[in-house]
Design a protein around this ligand. Structure first.
Ligand code: ATP
Ligand code: MG
Length: 682
């Protein structure tokens, strides 16, 4: 975040609506829009009665977490098995003079032992990982806690045999296979720091991350498999290593069995290496503040940062948020559909669920292969009770039509979750009604790579839901809204979202650049953690993330978050997805440039373009009228599925020579298509 330039106060689209109303515009359907936004779904009575946390308990616990953090966290940290108990709970300051963040500092523990060893006596034969392959005709894998423990120990011994020591960085470039979790837990077992790079990033992106954290070992597979297509992972590693002279060891998992060239003395076959090792490996005693992993942020806003998380606080946070937000009970089948290449996969596929002794589903494939029923077929196959996914996947499935969902049962589902982007009320309703048949609460969880785990979210037994709102803060999280001058906004209002005090799962530094850590997050508004997101708080104290502050557009003095305009577009029955950015405009200062992807059966034409422009004008108000509306078969997205507005902004600004780092794009050809089809301003 560039301090100064990007700090802008977001006023809700609603404010724009009011201005438009004041200017005398007709507002029939605006009232509808507000009605949709403000729909409230009370906690279902069976949830209120049976959940771990009801509203009274939430209020009590939240108050204690803020009034007596020492006591609260001392108790909550007992969910983790400590080797040496901590005496100090919290030493944190966001001020420049005494800046520092440490939690449970003198305690020691091992996270792999917390995820494995401690479960052996009680649930050794329970399935820990339920793996579903890309191809539904191939068999699934069911790995018990005992088996997982054994595999992790053997692989940890492989790493040791290759000379990997405590504190050393290990790069993991694996597809969604159980061995990815094995590699993570093996690192945690011996105190090595893992850095997972999404197995789909280009050789360049991989090389940059290997060099940045200076790792000399890479763990990969011959090939990945997604949506029926193979990804030449080993070949990417070979390419990347041409510019990474420090790497001396590559461990290669034979996943598809493809014939890949192996470099003598550098490359080792996973299975052969593991076969030589014993299944006995003592977990290393780690300090709470020893690093656990580095994860580079997805890069939607610029050069990726190596976000560093440490062991003790992260363990408490991942386990606790997983249990309370998903109301997790031992034995339930739980599925987080995120890739381990991003933080959701770290905290909610692997560490949180395994620390809690869960059965966690790991899915290799994509939502639309072989067809758009795939997610829900997997739900039926395993009897999934809790499903956690991303709005981008939901919108892709919505686009294909309801019948793909309707042909599955989904009877086992009791709770749905959303993460990664604001979920448009339209997509929320579809998720709730069509997927969950109106039976399942939705937890819309706001958090960041930097926060380690969920920060603002409903608790299903405690919180009435409003579609599109992440609702209320989790325990210990103290959000605050600030205006552009840094003045605190009390009560309902709109502003920059900051967090005023530390929480155990907070990142501790940017790898190799502590100054950048301070500058990025703590210098903009002194004494607080700056999230970079804009947010609105309503009369009930509910939080509504309005998008990144960078994405705010200012049309004739009206500041608008892009999320609201996008939601209005997506609410049109023919629209599947939309991205909105600002563009220079002679009269208005900034104009609105909308990129729109239509549902599969729709042929976009000039009539539809005009219809959509009029639709937004009616839904939100004349200030939100798009100046340019471009139909796009696809939008540029990061590998984790987020729209890269930074690139769209450049197109909007007609500055196409400077698109910036596109190495983390899922499909770079999408950009060529956008550039080739730019319409003339209306
Ligand atoms: P980079 O920081 O590299 O640009 P990124 O911010 O996309 O990438 P993440 O840490 O994965 O990387 O994403 C966190 C961001 O995603 C949040 O700051 C917010 O903008 C958005 N986000 C996540 N969950 C939600 C949610 N439930 N509602 C609204 N926005 C969300
Ligand atoms: Mg971010």
């Amino acid at each position: 975040m560039r301090p100064g330039t990007s700090i802008a106060l977001i006023l809700a689209a609603r404010q724009a609506i009011f201005s438009a109303n004041a200017a005398g515009y007709e507002s029939g359907s605006m009232r509808e829009e507000i009605a949709v936004v403000e729909a409230v779904y009370p906690v279902p009575s069976d949830w209120a009665a049976n959940a771990l946390i009801d509203d009274t308990r939430y209020q009590e616990m939240y108050r204690r977490s803020v009034d007596d953090p020492e006591g609260f966290w001392r108790d909550e940290a007992m969910r983790i098995d400590w080797i040496r108990p901590f005496t100090s709970v919290k030493q944190t300051s966001f001020n420049e003079e005494d800046f520092g963040i440490s939690w449970f500092a003198d305690g020691t523990l091992n996270l792999s032992a917390n995820c494995l060893d401690r479960h052996l006596a009680t649930r050794g034969e329970q399935i820990a990982i339920l793996w579903e392959p890309d191809d539904p005709k191939k068999p699934e894998r069911r790995i018990t806690y005992r088996e997982l423990h054994e595999e992790v120990c053997r692989f940890a011994n492989v790493l040791k045999a290759r000379g990997v020591r405590k504190g050393e960085r290990v790069t993991i470039y694996l597809p969604m296979v159980p061995e990815a979790a094995v590699a993570m837990l093996a690192c945690a077992r011996i105190g090595a720091i893992h850095s997972i790079v999404f197995a789909g990033f280009s050789p360049d992106a991989l090389a940059g991350r290997i060099r940045d954290c200076d790792s000399r070992i890479v763990i990969t597979a011959d090939q990945g498999l997604r949506g029926g297509k193979t990804i030449a992972l080993k070949a990417c590693v070979d390419d990347a290593l041409a510019t990474c002279p420090g790497v001396d060891t590559v461990i290669v998992l034979a996943h598809t069995g493809a014939d890949v060239p192996m470099v003598d003395g550098r490359d080792f076959d996973w299975a052969l290496a593991v076969a030589e090792q014993s299944a006995d490996c003592q977990p290393a005693e780690m300090s709470a503040e020893d690093p656990l992993f580095i994860l580079y942020t997805s890069g939607s806003t610029g050069k990726p940062k190596g976000v560093l998380h440490t062991t003790g606080g992260y363990a408490v946070w991942a386990s606790m948020t997983h249990e309370y937000v998903f109301d997790y009970r031992p034995g339930q089948i739980y599925w987080c559909a995120a890739d381990i290449g991003w933080v959701t996969g770290h905290s909610y596929v692997v560490y949180g669920p395994l620390a809690n002794g869960a059965t966690t589903v790991m899915f290799e494939g994509v939502p639309t292969y072989p067809d758009a029923s795939r997610f829900w077929q997997v739900v039926d196959k395993f009897g999934v009770e809790i499903f956690y996914g991303a709005p981008t996947a939901l919108r892709a499935l919505m686009r294909e039509g309801d019948e793909w969902v309707a042909r599955t049962s989904r009877r086992s589902l009791r709770l749905l979750g959303s993460v990664g982007e604001p979920i448009n009320p339209e997509a929320w309703s579809w998720y709730h009604e069509v997927v969950g048949k109106g039976r399942c609460p939705i937890v819309d969880t706001w958090w960041q790579t930097e926060t380690g785990g969920i920060m603002i979210s409903p608790l299903p037994g405690a919180t009435a839901l409003k579609p599109g709102s992440a609702t209320r803060p989790f325990f210990g999280v103290q959000p605050r809204l600030l205006d552009a001058e840094g003045k605190v906004i009390e009560g309902p209002g709109d502003g920059c979202l900051v967090i005023t005090d530390s929480w155990p799962g907070q990142m501790r530094t940017v790898w190799g650049d502590h100054e950048r850590f301070f500058q990025t997050y703590f210098s903009t508004f002194k004494g607080t953690y700056f999230t970079g997101d804009g947010c609105r708080r309503d009369e009930d104290g509910y939080y509504w993330i309005t998008g990144r502050i960078d994405d705010v557009i200012n049309v004739s003095g009206h500041r608008m978050g892009t999320a609201e305009i996008e939601s209005a577009l997506v609410a049109h029955p023919k629209v599947a997805e939309a991205a909105v950015v600002g563009m220079p405009h002679d009269i208005k200062g900034q104009g609105i440039y909308a990129f729109v992807t239509c549902n599969v059966e729709v042929e976009p034409d000039e009539a539809l373009r005009r219809e959509l422009v009029a639709w937004v004008r009616r839904e939100i108000g004349p200030v939100a009228t798009p100046d340019v509306l471009q139909f796009a078969p696809g939008l540029p997205k990061t590998r984790s599925g987020k729209i890269m507005r930074r690139i769209l902004r450049k197109i909007g600004e007609n500055d196409v020579a400077n698109l910036g780092d596109t190495s983390t794009l899922a499909d770079p050809s999408v950009v060529d298509n956008l550039l080739a089809n730019r319409p003339q301003p209306a």
